[in-house]
Design a protein around this ligand. Structure first.
Ligand SMILES: [Zn+2]
Ligand SMILES: [Zn+2]
Length: 339
């Protein structure tokens, strides 16, 4: 049996380098992918460090934001060949359950989650299915291609909004997702402000061309001073900001809960009715991976400033510490040491 290098979650906050069996193609539509880079997601940080949030992932190989190269294909695969540069939608849907058939493939009842329920990308190889794998041009640098998965989650949310030139938009949170929302809304002609408590993150967002401010109880007044009105769109890319968003929203404004609103005890919900607000959520990826690939290939977002660290696979634990301290933003594990 062939083995491969992988980093397993040995215990909460502890990763260990191990040799595990290299995945073997079992189903005809499977694709074996050699992982080139894998970026660390907030999900990896959360599940590896917090007992009690979600199921225990001890003993698992985490990681789902991969860029790779096709290493082997199952006999039924027709659209890929060995050596193709690819990115992956890590949430494999079945295509036949009631939710899939209704078009809610991101709510598949038989979902396999790479790096959460099946082996993930903090390893030399990972397995997926032809329907979940997407070509990406080799002209996109590997570190930038690593944004494909978070960008496609973001685009699933963004596509539910209807941001047009001349509108105003507040983004809560200047992590990679928040900054991508802010940049894209700006590209669509909106005036954008991003709210973020962490100074390092604000500086990175500013460097990428996004105007930022620290959280303030007077946000609504700041917006009126700046724009003459409140925000037509509020995007919560931080989580727990629904109360703030309700305050900051203009009449008939739209609020997108990209991150979970969590439990709110002190928010005033009355303006939902009096300001005629629309509140919506978005959840992982649904038919947005091909758009993410196109956005990356046409290079319309300024992502380089967001990449703060490129580390070897072995340093995944260090990378997660950098995320926790707020020092790290987009942290990329250079698994194949090719870039
Ligand atoms: Zn992710
Ligand atoms: Zn399904």
């Amino acid at each position: 049996m062939e083995t491969m290098k992988a980093m397993i979650l040995k215990d909460y906050n502890v990763f260990e380098k191990v040799q595990i069996p290299k995945p073997v193609i079992e189903k005809p539509d499977e694709i074996l992918i050699k992982v080139l880079v894998c970026s660390i997601c907030g999900t990896d940080k959360n599940v590896s460090s917090k007992p009690g949030t979600g199921k225990s992932k001890i003993g698992m190989v985490l990681g789902h934001e991969i860029v790779g190269e096709v290493a082997e294909i199952g006999p039924a695969v027709t659209t890929f060949k060995v050596g193709d540069r690819v990115v992956v939608n890590p949430n494999s849907y079945c295509g036949v359950c009631a939710n899939c058939k209704a078009g809610y493939r991101n709510h598949c009842s038989n979902m396999e989650l790479m790096g959460l329920s099946v082996q993930g990308g903090f390893a030399e190889y990972v397995k997926s299915y032809e329907r979940m794998v997407f070509h990406i041009s080799e002209k996109v640098p590997l570190n930038k291609a690593a944004f494909a998965e978070p960008l496609s989650c973001m685009l699933n949310g963004y596509s539910r909004l209807d941001i047009t030139p001349g509108e105003t938009c507040v983004v809560f949170g200047c992590g990679p997702i928040g900054v991508m929302f802010a940049q894209l809304a700006q590209r669509n002609g909106a005036r954008v402000l991003a709210v973020e408590p962490n100074e390092t993150r604000r500086a990175i967002a500013e460097k990428s061309g996004v105007k930022t401010l620290a959280p303030t109880p007077d946000l609504k007044d700041v917006l009126i001073a700046e724009w003459g009105r409140r925000a037509n769109f509020c995007i919560d890319a931080a989580g727990g900001q629904l109360g703030e968003a309700i305050n900051a929203a203009e009449y008939r404004g739209t609020i997108l809960c990209f991150a979970a609103p969590r439990q709110i005890t002190d928010a005033n919900f009355s303006p939902i009715q009096s300001k005629e607000l629309k509140i919506m959520g978005s959840f992982i990826i649904n038919d947005s991976m091909h758009k993410a690939v196109t956005v990356l290939e046409s290079d319309i977002l300024n992502l380089d400033p967001l990449i703060t660290h490129v580390l070897p696979l072995e340093e995944v634990g260090h990378g997660i510490e950098l995320m926790k301290s707020g020092e790290g933003m987009e942290i990329i594990l250079n698994v194949a040491e090719r870039n």
